[in-house]
Design a protein around this ligand. Sequence first.
Ligand code: 5AD
Ligand code: SF4
Length: 440
Amino acid sequence: MTNKKYTIVTYGCQMNEHDSEKISWILETMGYKWTDNKEESDFIIYNTCLVRENAELKVYGQLGALKDLKRKNPDLILAVCGCMMQQEEARDIILSKYKHVDIIFGTGNIHKLPQLISRYHQINRTVVDIVEDNREIVEDIEANRKYSFKAFVNIMYGCNNFCTYCIVPYTRGREKSRKPENIIKEIEDLAKKGYKEITLLGQNVNSYGKTLGYDYSFANLLEDVNKIEGIARIRFMTSHPKDLSDELIQSIAKLDKVCEHLHLPVQSGSNKVLKEMNRKYTKGDYLTLIEKIKNAVPDIAISTDIIVGFPGETEEDFNETLDLIKKVRYDSAFTFLYSVRKGTIAAKMENQVPDEIKHERFQRLLDTLYPIFYEENLKYADKIVEVLVEEVSKNNENVLTGRTRHGKLIHFEGSKELIGNLVNVKVEKIKSFTLEGSII
Ligand code: 5AD
Ligand code: SF4
């Protein structure tokens, strides 16, 4: 195959971003080359998300817009994969209204893409391949990674928690941990290639190891990854508060490469809402955890996910969330308006919160969070921070951007040869979402 080009459009979380890096690797081993331009693509693939409604609607919009392109270029292959395709209803909509889509597959069978493409060529009509829950983890797909110095590494797949608002356990199946030796081997290979920062990915990394059949925890994994020469920074996402053990807190504190940043989604500060969400902790439990982690790692940066307007959320419940935010003093947060995800338990709850109340609370949530982000950033004024240089700023080619160990985005002047290196930067200016400084 010569000169075939592909485009991947990715929606959603880091898990999807990393899946797209794997799809890219598969397509490139088949001889395809990347292009940003859909007009010159021979293969366009949408890797979809179901967590937010607007991501879903965007996909339909984009697919509709591609009808013309497909008419002009009948050889163009159009594929849709990812979480949306795990849902029968979304598949049916594509099959009935977007008949120009050629290949549909799910989250558990990315490795089958070459077979699906040849099957499509054989039968010349839409190929659908979905596995509800992959029992075996497929190890032999590599990833064509976006960066050459920081990498996502899956440590587990799926989720067993069934938070009542969340579609992920239905789209990604039951929790399964990769074998530690496979993870370590992948990271050792990355270290040999010069990678410095690793983000360990899973829906609930704190429960890593439970499906292995022997005694090996996430804390053990962190210890083993910490030993890998060449790796300077270890991050991980996402931690569920119910599984954040004392052992893990101690590992975060003692392991030098584990960054001083914890993403610990709280979702709500109301005990009633937390119960309805099936989160299995109370506001008090969460605050105790925060106290423990701050005692163990005093300068730790804490980020979170918060949902506003979960069914039945009253003004009082919402005020509990605001109160919790003021107590924890987050460094950053992903904020969400609750949206009904069909198939989840919360979708059937009757006391849905009206949109205007959700929006009004959302604004108050941001008004509470933003000053705290700014005040927390003030701690870094005049400090010297270690930064992994990531890219040239989009607005100014003399300015570089990177991240500190605490996960703070920082801008500073420098030449692009520094990308991928660790540098020391003196912080000179503080904003709510970024820092500015100079290399020293
Ligand atoms: N509505 C709003 N936010 C949601 N999230 C997951 N499902 C929903 C939903 N139905 C948010 C949660 C989760 C993050 C990844 O997305 O906060 O932690
Ligand atoms: Fe969804 Fe809860 Fe699992 Fe996270 S822990 S993926 S929010 S069900």
